[in-house]
Ligand binder design. Structure first.
Ligand code: G6P
Length: 618
């Protein structure tokens, strides 16, 4: 997500902050900005686009010299990637500057309150409310400004996840940070101190770091780093020495961005739900610019997407049809417009794209709009072309995905599809409120279950190494396990350059079973034995069929499902979950398996040969 840097010391704050932002460029961003505290005034500059835009603006209109400053690279969530939405954000009086990473869930309410008290907002961001709240909390009563105390009081009013860093004209040589569910680390230098979203930003200056705990505020001066909780009690923090080199630091100590992104999935899934599931269980999709009447008129849904996003669409079909009873087709975007699809004003096109720039998907959605269909984009990149050209957009909040093959992008696309399905069911009344609430509760439990899966991946990694010389791996699944099988096979092709195919388990006997011979690895995704028991038993039968013909069977099954054991050479356990939500768990071992196998075969996991992250040709 966004990159954050703060500095107080003896050097040029601008140089330190801009250098830090450059070190955080790997995180991906769409705008950048700085604020310096010079001569009792704030001097700021911010520009959409690359850091180079900000740097040329700074070269044209230099800011005064300063030794206290903050800087930010933004990955847009609320409000497009424009100059005015770039951070830092100031209050009405220009006294406080704030930068932020994360999502402030209750910002709409806070914004309305602040506007009611006469504050003027100058951006579309959730962040700006913090600047105005800090303004109120530090409003002159003749006493010196206690910025840290103001920050603590503001944080107590915020919901969601955030890293905040602020500086105030009446609190010179001080930078204050705060964090909840979003990273912030301090760097301890000699006569200078740093704050950053990760150590990569200051590793060339110091390797002594202070890790902040949950719900903590940190006050940074040139000489001190003071940590408290949101109530002002002394906070616990962990001092450590950074051993990583710069390249490892960028990857958070992981060998590949993909491994980091796989581990970020619990957070990415939680962030994608943040602010959208009300405490009352009702769904709030504020970014839907289609009216409820439009949604009630929908008589057909067609999901269009490419690659991994297409597999998210396949999962969506099961959920959307089940919850809404609206017929839902899923089509490869590259095929869509060439078959002259039947589209009307009542057709809802759901275009899924992590990058928002995939040309096949873009051309398909343009075709759909020409035929009067409405388009809802599910996208991870704010302000990209696909959401811009759509009637409505629901952003996944996965944060930037650097590895070419999608992982956290995929899980969050599935979550977004579930949210769309539930929203349609709510608007059209095809599910009762308590039924929707039950699914919402299940969804809320998924990040913790994904973490459980991630914590038990050692045997999967060992398996990836053991099977590195296989010539082919087959994947089987039924129902939502079928797209999971397709995604498992795609990951293996993309990363390990190995022949892999995913099959609907029931289709096996109609041809693919001829591929089974002694020792062929077959990975089967087994549905829950609870709920749709028939489905489970059918996959277990298919498992028996391949095992009887010599396949080496690797089975992904729920905890407690002992029925698979007689037919499995290896069982990979995942927590119990409702069948429809199972892909959020069963996909994870397949990602880890493909990564490990690719690494064992000596491939660059992040940049597989012949592939591009954003394919802008048809
Ligand atoms: C490329 C990538 C795939 C990705 C597909 C769709 O082919 O290599 O990993 O799934 O594009 O990308 P999108 O950005 O539209 O989701």
């Amino acid at each position: 997500m966004c990159g954050i840097v703060g500095y107080v010391g003896g050097q040029s704050a601008l140089d330190v902050v801009v250098e830090g932002l450059r070190r955080l460029e790997y995180r991906g961003y769409d705008s950048a900005g700085v604020a310096l505290l010079a001569d009792g005034k704030l001097a700021t500059d911010k520009k959409a686009g690359k850091l180079a835009n900000l740097e040329s603006s700074l070269a044209e209109s230099p800011l005064p010299a300063a030794t206290t400053g903050i800087g930010h690279t933004r990955w847009a969530t609320h409000g497009g990637p424009t100059d005015r939405n770039a951070h830092p954000h100031l209050d009405c009086t220009g006294s406080v500057a704030v930068i932020h990473n994360g999502i402030i869930e209750n910002f709409a309410l806070l914004r309305a309150e602040l506007e009611g008290r006469g504050h003027q907002m100058s951006s579309d961001t959730d962040t700006e409310v913090v600047a105005h709240l800090l303004e109120e909390e530090t409003r002159g009563n003749g006493e010196a400004v206690d910025l840290a105390d103001a920050m603590r009081r503001v944080c107590r009013r915020l919901e969601g996840s955030f890293t905040l860093v602020a500086t105030h004209v009446d609190a010179p040589e001080l930078v204050v940070g705060a964090r909840r569910n979003s990273p912030l680390v301090a760097g301890r230098g000699n006569g200078e101190n740093f704050l950053a979203s990760d150590v990569a930003a200051f590793i060339t200056h110091t390797r002594e770091a202070v890790e902040l705990g949950q719900d903590q505020v940190v006050e940074v001066t040139a000489k001190s780093i003071t940590v408290t909780d949101f109530d002002g009690n002394p906070g616990e923090s962990r001092e450590y020495h950074v051993e990583w080199d710069l390249s490892a630091a960028e990857k958070g100590g992981y060998d590949y961005f993909m491994l980091k992104e796989i581990d970020e999935q619990p957070q990415a899934v939680a962030d994608t739900m943040l602010g959208r599931l009300g405490a009352d269980g009702r769904l709030h999709l504020d970014e839907m610019r289609l009216s409820d009447d439009d949604l009630r008129a929908v008589d057909k849904i067609i999901v269009i997407a490419c690659g991994t996003a297409f597999h998210a669409g396949l999962v969506a079909k099961y959920a959307i049809e089940h919850w809404t009873r609206i017929p839902c087709e899923v089509e490869l975007a590259s095929e869509f417009r060439y078959r002259d699809p039947v589209l009307t004003r009542s057709t809802l096109i759901v275009a899924i794209s992590q990058s928002g720039e995939t040309m096949d998907t873009l051309m398909a959605l343009r075709h759909a709009r020409e035929q009067q269909a409405r388009v809802l984009a599910i996208c991870n990149t704010n302000g990209s072309t696909i959401p811009r050209e759509s009637d409505a957009v629901l952003y996944t909040h996965a944060g930037p995905e650097v590895a070419v093959a999608s992982t956290k992008g995929y899980l969050t696309q599935i979550v977004a599809c579930f949210l769309v399905g539930l929203y349609l069911a709510q608007v059209r009344g095809t599910k009762f409120g308590d039924e929707i609430r039950a699914v919402v509760d299940d969804l809320r439990g998924m990040p913790a279950k994904i973490s459980d899966v991630l914590a038990s991946m050692d045997p999967v990694r060992a398996l990836g190494r053991e099977l590195r010389d296989a010539t082919s791996v087959l994947f089987l699944g039924r129902h939502v396990g079928y797209p999971t099988a397709l995604e498992g096979a795609l990951k293996l092709k993309e990363l390990a350059y190995m022949h892999a195919e995913g099959f609907a388990a029931g289709e096996l006997k109609h041809g693919p079973i001829a591929l089974i011979e002694d020792g062929v690895p077959v990975i089967a995704v087994v549905p829950s034995p609870r709920g749709r028991g028939v489905l489970h038993d059918k996959v277990v039968s298919n498992l028996q069929e391949v095992r009887a013909r010599g396949a080496r069977t690797i089975v992904i099954a729920e905890e407690g499902d002992t029925a698979v054991e007689p037919y499995a050479d290896t069982v990979i356990r995942i927590p119990q979950s409702p069948t429809l939500l199972q892909p959020l768990l069963s996909t994870v071992p397949l990602q880890v398996f493909a990564c490990e196998m690719a690494d064992a075969r000596g491939h660059d996991v992040d940049q597989p040969r012949n592939l591009a992250k954003s394919v802008t040709v048809e």
